[in-house]
Design a protein around this ligand. Structure first.
Ligand code: TRP
Length: 313
């Protein structure tokens, strides 16, 4: 597929690196190489969230299904490869309709047609949209209640205030009655940091790939070996932070503009917020999602919550 440069990429990079401290928006991680590295992260021994969430969905599928009911429309924002949806669709026998949405229309259509083969009795109606802006509903007359499915602790990659707004919008834009959402839980620092700084260096490669992409798409000259992946747990803000740290004093040219780095200066590339069950329930409550039901694993590493919309009361 053609790797066309998003016209807003340059503007976002130049603006972020002119800030103090320097930042890059995480949405640019996902070019072809970045997406492949991300899939690899999900398989790493240190990266417990994907595996733990999957096992919760698999082991508790029957209970989740009975709480959800069959007569619902399942809607997944940012559905990607539809891997987790498969587990749920298996469990929700007789589900009528599944709406995966994703920003990449081509990727989504391919994943949807595979899914149709595996679930011939479920209507699969993909819609291309950017969930950070707006959730589209397909133009279909079906007034069954909507359940939003938002796995992967993607909610943790937003600032808590943004996360609250996002969850409120999900409810209002789809009229959803229920929200099934995966959330990574607070735990010891070692486990958390290892998940974002694995021994094989895959997460480091994922983070550094952003500089590679900037070099390739924005006529830049980052010397990749002069930057280093750095992951830390910021306990007071309850978040993992990912940074790219300059290993010396240097300057970099991007699209003809010059950016100076001090030795040790960092570019902040992503946050991953970790919640206690209570704190997440309270955030969701402010967005109009009430009556939490939590499923978790034995070690309470990860949480799958089901909320009801306050309007359904
Ligand atoms: N939302 C997941 C998390 O925060 C997945 C993820 C997003 C991620 N960006 C990442 C994982 C960067 C590792 C590195 O864990």
């Amino acid at each position: 597929m053609l790797d066309r440069t998003d016209p807003t990429f340059r503007e976002s990079v130049l603006k972020g690196l002119a800030k103090d401290p320097k930042v890059l928006e995480p949405k640019w991680f996902y070019d072809a190489a970045g997406s492949a590295l991300f899939d690899e992260i999900c398989e790493l021994p240190e990266y417990y969230p994907t595996r733990t969430e999957k096992s919760i969905l698999e082991e508790r599928a029957a209970e989740i299904a009975s709480e959800l009911g069959n007569d619902v429309i399942l809607y997944e924002p940012g559905a990607g490869s539809l891997q987790k949806a498969r587990i749920l669709l298996e469990a929700l026998e007789g589900l009528a309709r599944f709406i995966p949405s994703d920003i990449s229309a081509a990727h989504l259509e391919a994943a949807a047609s595979d899914l149709r083969k595996a679930f011939p009795d479920i209507a699969i109606d993909p819609v291309a949209c950017d969930f950070t802006k707006h959730l589209e509903m397909p133009a279909i007359a079906d007034d069954r209640p909507v359940t939003i499915f938002f796995p992967g602790s993607t909610i943790g990659n937003f600032e808590p205030g943004q996360a609250e707004n996002l969850l409120r919008r999900f409810r209002k834009e789809t009229g959803a009655r229920q929200l099934l959402i995966g959330v990574d839980l607070v735990k010891d620092r070692e486990t958390l940091v290892a998940a974002y700084d694995d021994a094989a260096g895959v997460t480091a490669a994922f983070n550094l790939n952003l500089l590679k992409r900037i070099n390739r798409e924005l006529e830049a000259d980052f010397a990749l070996h002069q930057f280093q992946h750095h992951a830390l747990f910021n306990e007071s803000r309850s978040r993992i932070e990912m940074h790219l740290e300059s290993l010396c004093e240097q300057s970099v040219s991007i699209s003809g503009e010059r950016f100076d780095f001090r030795d040790g200066e960092r570019i902040h590339t992503e946050n991953s917020y970790k919640y206690t069950p209570e704190r997440f329930a309270s955030l969701a409550g402010k967005a109009g999602w009430v009556k939490p039901h939590l499923w978790t694993d034995q070690n309470r590493l990860f949480g799958v919550f089901l909320f009801q919309s306050e309007e359904a009361d």
